[in-house]
Design a protein around this ligand. Sequence first.
Ligand code: C5P
Length: 224
Amino acid sequence: QQKIIITIDGWSSCGKSTLAKQLARELGYLYIDSGAMYRAITLYFLRNHVDWTHHDAVDQALQNIKLNFHSNHKSGQSEMYLNEENVEYVIRDLVVAEKVSEVAAIREVREFAVKQQQEMGRNKGIVMDGRDIGTVVFPNAELKIFMTADNDIRVKRRFQELYEKNPNVTMEEVRANLEMRDYIDSHREVSPLRKADDALELDNTNITMKEQLEIAKKWVQERK
Ligand code: C5P
């Protein structure tokens, strides 16, 4: 059967990666978490004290960054590697989340990431989630999904995820971070978050994960 490209964009913590992973598993497709790439670049900048307000510093730092996804043999899930180090866990930290939208707004950073993302989709059979996948990375994708959910639900979901790792995290911190990222992501000059004209909207505030998967699978069938 013909393989397609599926893009999933939307606000922070809408459940994009959950749906993307499930769809990829069902279809036997590659799943790529583009946000993990921006998080890994941010981690590198923070660790190496890169002054990302200067173009030269950014250009030079990017030359030393190698990003890869390797699948975890136990879970079968793809994990983010930064210069051959597994950073899948550390990039989820709030310290990274506090800065990632600032870093992701830099033109050179986006060019660096988008080029690699497009390369990964060369043979189709891919589900990629992010903010600009349907608008910029794969404008010709066969199926584009734009996910939304109520603010409070999104804060609660992300809080639960972070709380399991760090019981010191507060709901207010999480809410402030989501609001800040959504604001920066949708107002930046380069590839701001927006729904592609031909994207199908999926609001999962009041539906289960199973229901959302069924809806998406139906859309896939219609497009194939
Ligand atoms: O998807 P996730 O929440 O992990 O993404 C982290 C951040 O990376 C986003 O808030 C956004 O600033 C940036 N991002 C982006 N473009 C993408 C994916 C993520 O700018 N395609």
